[in-house]
Design a protein around this ligand. Structure first.
Ligand code: PEP
Ligand code: MN
Length: 263
């Protein structure tokens, strides 16, 4: 179902509220790694909206490597995202870790499946019955083919609104958190009709690398970017090192849109 051979035209994801991914424009999804407080999420939401973002990201259930690290505000985080959405009109993108939480995701506009759950097939099958877009991230050490098969798991259940996300893969390089596989974008777009977005924040792990990687993603035809933005990166509870300030995101947003206009 994800294969372009049987579906030559691009899939365009359109939310009931009007936001679009996959129509040739560059969708900007921005916000903090984790929702931390009402003031934080609302401040960031207002700033990224002003900069041109059309979706708000923010983790409520966080898949942390250490069980002792901040695990997210969970249900309360989802409530705060809802408040930020009421305030700004920005639709919410947030990660699901367990199908047992699905009831809490009623007001979530786009459900994210994180890299660590890309092959949680039972979760994917359940999301196949959901009537909202799924943002599916590539696993830390998964091939392009495996990413497409995971999309297939969701689509096989009837939900064909899948957004693919390249977020870097693990290689022998240690300078960056992951290695951005930029070629995955044109390859995925050739093999599949689904929209493809890039996450330069998790791909690099370093805030000054986010802008150049975002520019590269726009240049190779990505349909969108998902970028971590924090009002005070040095105090972020998660992923501060790769987070942009709202001012930095503002600069990036203008530059990347110019790239998309020329490709
Ligand atoms: C995230 O988006 O905050 C996240 C945990 O990303 P990934 O699953 O790509 O590591
Ligand atoms: Mn993060």
């Amino acid at each position: 179902k994800a294969n372009r051979k049987f579906h030559p035209e691009d899939t365009v994801i359109k939310l009931p509220t009007g936001q679009v991914i996959g129509d040739g424009s560059l969708a900007l999804i921005a916000g903090p790694c984790s929702v931390e407080s009402e003031a934080q999420i609302c401040c960031v939401a207002e700033r990224v909206k002003a900069a041109g973002a059309t979706f708000l990201r923010g983790g409520a259930f966080k898949p942390r490597t250490s069980p002792y690290a901040f695990q997210g505000l969970k249900a309360e985080g989802l409530e705060l995202l809802k408040k930020a959405k009421e305030r700004t009109g920005l639709p919410i993108v947030t990660e699901i870790m367990s199908i047992g939480h699905l009831d809490l995701f009623e007001d979530v506009d786009v459900i994210q499946v994180g890299a660590r759950n890309m092959q949680n097939f039972e979760l994917l099958k359940e999301l196949g019955h959901v009537h909202k877009p799924i943002l599916l991230k590539r696993g830390l050490a998964n091939t392009i083919e495996e990413l497409l098969m995971s999309a297939e798991y969701i689509m096989a259940g009837g939900n064909e609104q899948v957004i693919l996300c390249e977020r870097g893969i693990r290689t022998y390089e240690t300078f960056t958190r992951n290695t951005l596989d930029i070629s995955a974008v044109p390859i995925l777009k050739r093999l599949s009709h689904l929209p493809v977005i890039v996450d330069p924040s998790h791909a690099s792990g370093i805030n000054w690398l986010v802008e150049p990687l975002a520019m590269a993603a726009a240049a190779v035809g990505a349909d969108g970017l998902i970028i971590e933005v924090h009002n005070d990166p040095s105090r972020a509870l998660c992923d501060g090192a790769q987070s942009l300030t709202p001012d930095q995101f503002d600069v990036l947003a203008k530059k990347v849109q110019k790239v998309t206009e020329t490709v």
